[in-house]
Design a binder for this molecule. Structure first.
Ligand code: 5GP
Length: 112
């Protein structure tokens, strides 16, 4: 069964998409935790980091590149945070690998 994010890629579920290319998509999180909260996802349905193969290394690097492009587009000139919640203990709820891009306020550490 398609995950929520596959359905967003397929335009079956609406999302506020801010960037798209042949490998990835970036859209606003529906429950933002910061003034800017975007999700950068691969179009390939990779559930979590554990399923990543060596062939996926450029794709994962691409997601970071996209995150930085989008951060600049969103005016995040004072830094930002990138987060990958991975697996149960990582707090992952959608099993389609994604990078959270959070910005527009100072991010505390450690996370909860
Ligand atoms: P995770 O908890 O897996 O790291 O992140 C999943 C994220 O997806 C959450 O931050 C959640 O708010 C977001 N999310 C869940 N459902 C939707 C949706 O239907 N649309 C969008 N744009 N974001 C969603």
């Amino acid at each position: 069964m398609a995950t929520l994010f596959e359905r967003i890629i397929a335009r079956e579920i609406p999302a506020d998409i801010v960037y798209e290319d042949d490998l990835s998509l970036a859209f606003r999180d529906i429950n933002p935790q910061a003034p800017v909260h975007l999700l950068v996802i691969p179009k390939k349905p990779l559930p979590q980091v554990e399923q990543m193969t060596e062939a996926d290394k450029p794709l994962l690097g691409h997601l970071l590149w996209v995150a930085n492009q989008v951060a600049a587009q969103q005016g995040l000139t004072n830094g930002y945070r990138l987060v990958v919640n991975n697996g149960n203990d990582g707090g992952q709820t959608v099993y389609h690998l994604h990078v959270h891009l959070l910005g527009g306020r100072f991010m505390g550490w450690p996370p909860g």
